[in-house]
Design a binder for this molecule. Structure first.
Ligand code: NAD
Length: 291
């Protein structure tokens, strides 16, 4: 049983994972680089829980109980007594391996470690820890409270028991697991990201503008949101990292990141989280296309 879970990284994904775990009755320790960031994450969780309550999905007592289960930290030693620690920090292999190097010595040898990486090799991340057999990929989807899927990705060394315990935990969170082999970007992003990258090429080459590309895919392919809106929502830095992992990991030029995506990330235009991406989110209630 996983009764205590740690989440490292209080960004979009870490807060979502902490949110669903706390709602499921699990004690959560949420850590980030500073208390300020961790507190920002908890404020976001509080806002999202209240939104669910206002829609009648959960009651106010549950909101308070869930918030009471979340402890904040700016130090990895706070994860000392967790049964499972899920790393949900920035999609950068060096960042993730440095977290595992610092985390492993301060947690129990029994603690399972998972990464929410969207694309990086679970086998390689596992090899940077002292417990490859207790390491697994648990890839939640954004926004976590809404999206039902979790991709479970065993690395080459992952023990059956680790897989079974993370499978049971996924089900306890009322999520639907899908098993993916450990190849670059797994299943969802192997298919989704090249489509988003192609939408950015379509913009870059002037085939359509932001609005026409998104409208075309919403109404022509029946997608619930256009690919450029989705890219802004995921975060353009995350999209670029995933394309780089596909490009390098599969050594195929069909995965080359669009130069326009690179340019946006260089500019710090990362999408919704930075206030500007393919849309400007700062000029009013309705996002304004930037091209
Ligand atoms: P984000 O930028 O919103 O949050 C990342 C957080 O990690 C930030 O709060 C940052 O301060 C923190 N962080 C960075 N270095 C750290 C460190 N050394 N120690 C502790 N915290 C640290 O990013 P996100 O969208 O939440 O993505 C997080 C992970 O989840 C990535 O691996 C990403 O690929 C994956 N993911 C993202 C999505 C998505 O749609 N955004 C979906 C599934 C998985």
């Amino acid at each position: 049983m996983i009764n205590k879970v740690g989440v490292v990284g209080a960004g979009q994904m870490g807060t979502g994972i902490a949110h669903v775990a706390a709602l499921a009755g699990v004690d959560v320790t949420l850590s980030d680089l500073s208390m300020e960031r961790a507190e920002g994450g908890k404020s976001l969780i509080e806002k999202n829980l209240h939104r669910q309550a206002s829609k009648g999905k959960i009651d106010d007592a549950l909101v308070q109980a869930a918030l009471g289960r979340i402890t904040l930290a700016d130090d990895l030693s706070a994860h000392g007594s967790d049964d499972l620690v899920i790393e949900a920090a920035t999609e950068d292999e060096a960042v993730k391996t440095s977290i595992f190097k610092a985390l492993c010595p301060v947690i129990s040898s029994e603690t399972l470690v998972a990464s929410n990486t969207s694309s990086i090799s679970i086998t390689r991340l596992a090899a940077s820890t002292d417990r490859p057999e207790k390491f697994i990929g648990m890839h939640f989807m954004n926004p976590v409270p809404v999206m039902k899927l979790v991709e479970l990705i065993p690395g080459i060394a992952t023990a059956d028991e680790t897989f079974e315990r993370s499978l049971a935990f996924t089900k306890a969170l009322k999520k639907t697991p899908v098993i993916s082999e450990d190849f670059p970007a797994f299943i969802v992003n192997r298919i989704l990201m090249p489509m988003i990258n192609e939408a950015i090429y379509t913009l870059y080459e002037g085939v359509g503008n932001v609005e026409s590309i998104d409208t075309a895919m919403r109404l022509g392919a029946n997608h619930p949101m256009g690919p450029l809106t989705l890219a802004d929502f995921i975060g353009l830095d995350t999209c670029l990292s995933i394309m780089q992992v596909l490009y390098e990991g599969l050594a195929d030029t069909k995965y080359r990141p669009c130069p326009l995506l690179v340019k946006y990330v260089e500019a710090g235009w990362l999408g919704l989280k930075s206030g500007r991406g393919f849309y400007d989110y700062q000029s009013g209630d309705v996002p304004v296309p930037t091209r």
